[in-house]
Design a protein around this ligand. Structure first.
Ligand SMILES: Cc1cc2nc3c(=O)[nH]c(=O)nc-3n(C[C@H](O)[C@H](O)[C@H](O)COP(=O)(O)OP(=O)(O)OC[C@H]3O[C@@H](n4cnc5c(N)ncnc54)[C@H](O)[C@@H]3O)c2cc1C
Ligand SMILES: Cc1cc2nc3c(=O)[nH]c(=O)nc-3n(C[C@H](O)[C@H](O)[C@H](O)COP(=O)(O)O)c2cc1C
Length: 863
């Protein structure tokens, strides 16, 4: 029986969707533990802060984004929460208050400028207004102190800044002031009644691991709130599940204890009271959501041992092991032409094409050639997979696990997915309809503009090839934006580029799902018994091809929930055994090495587990949203306003024992395809890209150009740094800056080979010649002649001048590029040189940590 009152509050702060999906699963799980729970995005607190204290206990599921920052949806809440002790910050920063020093307008950080402008006007009105609340004053203080912290050297002429400030930005700040003022209600002044825990999501490839979750925990704790269960810090780099699974296991008894200990004052029904008043015995046991399974891989039947299962009936569970009737499918086979593009084949062709003699000959041919490519003229998915199979699949790392014949495994309870009903109509879907309402109009992550149509004007090749030398192919793309669009950007900003799945892969997935009419109009709706709504990014009226092309990410690394569903729909005993291992608690290491580290995608698994027939409605529910890719801008707004550029490297995912066929990254693969057409001049019309602006909150040139800057950007990491230097170069040319004003500047760049992948080398030399860049240091990781291989070594070699600039002259450090290895090594190198300067490694680390807090050590990194 589910209680009517909501006793548990689940709040999520998510940028890309992981935290949201986890929160939704946890919320759904609550009902099987008889816990009434409410699920909200953390931004709901903006509308109604009182919900925070109106529940018995609260679980925060909080991701970290950017450079250790809160997700966009949590920013306002975080600012309000942080405000509680800003008096001290405001005091300490008062010496650094913005001063009216003239500097050059276009180089001024616009956001800081607008905020300052707004503060100037609001502080003067503050002194006049007698009705202003303490909260509003406090709000100004935090904005002021934030400003002082983020831009200690804000050097704006107040007159100039007023001229430039836009009404839109001013109103944005006003809006944030008023919303923050609302937050300053008594709710957050005393959180001693709050019982909470935090499940933080992060990635140890970034230097500030789970920073937002950790800050949130610390802040709540300092405001008097009490942790009722230890926080969990889950690492996307090694697999979120490794932490989440044990954390989730324990949460139910902890929540149960909270509910039992502190019943809400609201009157409950008799039945509801008995559920919780009979003591701990009746509280959900921590193991209730686990089943223990004993399965013999070769047997048709499986023996199931159910232990400690209160909520799942044996019979229900055993049903999962019955063959899925859909396996005897009567789906239309798919025809692949020589170019591997798929189209519907004759309706009359009957199902099991596995033993098709044609396929056998292909298999043999493949065996002889050792080629793992599809060369079929007519295959269904089964033949598709089996063709790959004999050469490749049998050797597949997953199916070679060497699993023990009999093992006792603990696997999570199988969720029943499929709450979405799909109804088909007679007509074909006109895909143009959906393009205007991309992903149902759901906001895109960090979007600061609408979606903008742009033309690709030019590709500039930045690297050269040479036989025997492996060089990444880097291209600069020049875009012309639709002239009517509003696109106000600064160097340091990025764009989001819309991506779509590869047509051949879409056809294959739809075929596996038994979809015979992928282009038919279809309507998605929530089934009457469903707990979850249809995911918001899926248009309710579309076609399946459209949804699988534009909205669903099936190249994602499959989470356990997805594997569970695959397991549920797989018939082959060997495959089932393997999936069991992967989803079981005991198989955590297998999952880590064979799935996460091998970076296997959901799509790859369909080529391995060929007896698996996932259900369409389940996949619509559990596969994540296809997200745009980000690219740092290399252009400057001082050049042509509607012309922007960015750089990309083609991502090549090689075939391996895990991946049957080489493929490209989705976005870079598509860009590369357009480039190939461009080279052949085969396209008559200019190719289009749909993009949007993602404004950086912090990755900005210093407002005061005399501050030294240290730029570190190996590979494509150099992109935004080139944007900075181009911007300064143009400012010099346009007379907005004079050379003498510029402080010291360093660029540390790394590539593989001299003369081959030294991106922008000619232009960088020009920056140096003009004085925009003072010191250039380049290293070559694969050049035998090069003594220094990596940028961190160059940094260490420049220890004295760099540490002097940082410690004595308040230099800004900008690090951009690969988060996985480089960012950490560079961070260590700076800690090291600062330790040398300050004669203590502890002091060195403290100094760099403070720089990160002050946003003077800035990272724009990606994995
Ligand atoms: C703030 C920010 C700024 C960025 N700026 C730039 C930029 O300026 N230039 C730039 O080039 N990129 C940049 N990126 C990265 C960019 O957004 C994309 O992630 C990148 O271009 C790959 O996109 P894709 O769609 O081509 O590849 P995807 O389809 O996303 O494929 C990449 C994925 O493939 C998998 N993979 C890769 N190699 C292998 C392998 N060997 N085996 C198995 N799987 C593998 C990995 O899971 C990887 O995540 C930036 C990212 C961020 C977050
Ligand atoms: C652009 C970007 C920046 C990130 N920055 C950090 C970071 O600074 N620290 C960290 O621990 N994790 C960082 N992460 C990892 C995410 O927190 C992690 O992938 C998480 O699962 C994302 O959850 P979400 O999908 O709910 O946003 C970053 C991820 C991305 C894509």
């Amino acid at each position: 029986m589910i209680c009517k009152e909501s006793w548990l509050l689940v709040l999520y702060a998510s940028q890309q969707g992981n935290a949201k999906a986890i929160a939704e699963d946890l919320h759904e799980e609550c009902s099987s533990h008889n816990i009434a729970a409410t699920l909200y995005c953390i931004s709901q607190l903006e509308k109604d802060p009182s919900i925070l204290l109106s529940h018995n206990c609260t679980i925060f599921i909080a991701a970290t984004t950017g450079d250790g920052e809160p997700p966009d949806t949590a920013r306002k809440f975080w600012r309000s929460l942080y405000k509680r002790n800003t008096t001290a910050i405001a005091h300490s920063s008062s010496e650094n208050k913005p001063q009216s020093v003239t500097t050059l307008q276009p180089l001024i950080n616009e956001e800081q400028q607008n905020i300052t402008d707004n503060l100037n006007s609001s502080s003067s009105s503050a002194s006049q207004s007698s009705t202003e609340t303490d909260e509003q004053l406090a709000d100004k203080k935090i904005l002021e102190s934030n400003l002082s912290i983020n831009a200690k050297d804000l050097t704006i002429s107040s007159d100039n800044s007023k001229e430039i400030a836009t009404t839109k930005s001013s109103s944005r700040v006003k809006e944030s002031l008023s919303i923050s003022a609302k937050f300053c209600s008594s709710v957050f002044s005393d959180l001693s009644a709050l019982r909470y825990t935090v499940l933080g999501l992060g990635d140890t490839n970034y230097t500030n691991f789970c920073n937002f979750g950790k800050d949130l925990d610390e802040r709540l704790h300092n405001l008097g709130a009490e942790r009722f269960y230890p926080c969990g810090w889950a690492d996307d780099g090694t697999g979120l599940e490794i932490v989440i699974e044990p954390w989730m296991e324990g949460i139910w008894s902890a929540v149960g204890a909270q509910l039992a200990a502190k019943k809400p004052e609201k009157k409950r029904s008799q039945k509801e009271s008995t559920d919780y008043s009979t003591g701990d015995d009746n509280l959900p046991h921590k193991d209730t959501n686990y089943l223990q399974i004993l399965e013999q891989p070769k047997a048709d039947k499986v023996a199931i041992e159910l232990t400690n299962v209160n909520k799942v009936k044996k019979a229900d569970f055993a049903d999962h092991f019955k063959s899925d009737p859909s396996i005897n499918d009567d789906r239309k086979p798919i025809k692949f032409d020589n170019n591997n593009s798929a189209q519907n084949f004759d309706n009359s062709t009957k199902n099991d094409t596995r033993k098709d003699s044609h396929n056998e000959s292909i298999v043999n041919e493949d065996l002889i050639d050792g080629i793992k490519q599809l060369k079929l003229s007519s295959v269904s998915r089964e033949t598709f997979a089996f063709t790959i199979d004999n050469v490749w699949r049998d050797n597949h790392a997953l199916l070679q696990l060497g699993l023990p014949i009999e093992t006792k495994l603990t696997i999570p309870r199988i969720n029943t997915y499929g709450s979405i009903e799909v109804q088909f109509y007679d007509s074909e879907f006109d895909s143009k309809d959906n393009r205007n309402q991309y992903q149902n109009g759901v906001p895109l992550p960090s979007a600061d503009t609408e979606l903008i149509n742009s033309k690709i004007l030019e590709f500039i090749s930045l690297s050269k090839c040479e036989v025997g030398k492996e060089v990444k192919n880097a291209l600069e793309v020049v875009l012309e934006l639709n002239k009517d669009c509003e696109f106000k950007y600064q160097p340091g900003d990025t764009i989001g580029v819309l991506v779509h799945n590869n047509a051949e892969e879409v056809s294959m997935v739809l075929d596996v799902l038994g979809v015979t009419q992928p282009d038919r109009c279809c309507q998605l709706s929530k089934s009457p018994t469903a707990k979850k709504a249809v995911p918001v990014h899926l248009a309710h009226c579309s076609s399946l091809r459209e949804l699988f092309t534009w909205c669903i990410d099936f190249r994602c690394v499959p989470k356990k929930a997805v594997l569970l569903h695959l397991y549920d729909c797989t018939t082959d005993p060997h495959e089932r055994r393997c999936l069991q291992e992967l989803i079981s608690r005991e198989g955590a290491e297998f999952y880590r090495t064979k799935i996460l580290e091998a970076r296997l995608s959901f799509f790859d698994l369909l080529t391995v587990f060929v007896s698996c027939r996932p259900k369409l409605s389940a996949l619509l529910e559990i596969l994540p949203r296809l997200l745009p890719r980000s690219y740092s801008l290399t252009s400057s707004p001082l050049a042509e306003k509607h012309r922007i550029s960015f750089v990309f490297n083609l991502v090549v995912i090689p075939s391996s024992s895990n991946i049957f066929k080489q493929r490209h990254g989705l976005c870079t693969g598509e860009l590369n395809r357009i480039y190939q057409d461009y080279l052949l001049r085969s396209s008559i019309t200019s190719p289009q890209l749909r993009v949007y602006l993602r404004t950086s909150k912090t990755f900005r040139l210093p407002v005061d150009p005399s501050k030294p800057i240290i730029l570190v950007g190996p590979g494509t990491g150099v992109a935004p740094l080139v944007g900075f230097l181009r911007h300064r170069q143009l400012a010099l040319k346009q007379g907005q800056l004079i050379l003498e004003q510029l402080g010291e500047s360093w660029l540390f760049f790394g590539c593989r080979y001299s003369g081959l992948d030294e991106l922008f080398s000619r232009e960088i030399e020009e920056f140096k010649a003009s004085g925009v860049l003072r010191h250039l240091h380049v290293c070559y990781s694969r050049d035998p002649k090069s003594e220094v291989r990596y940028v961190q070594h160059l940094i260490s070699a420049e220890s004295a001048s760099l540490s002097q600039a940082i410690v004595c002259d308040d230099a800004r450090v900008y690090v951009c590029g690969d988060a996985a290895g480089m960012a950490k090594d560079v961070h260590n190198a700076f800690s090291y040189i600062l330790a040398q300067k300050l004669k203590s490694s502890q002091e060195g680390l403290k100094f760099i940590t403070q720089m990160q807090k002050d946003k003077t050590y800035l990272q724009d990194v990606w994995t």
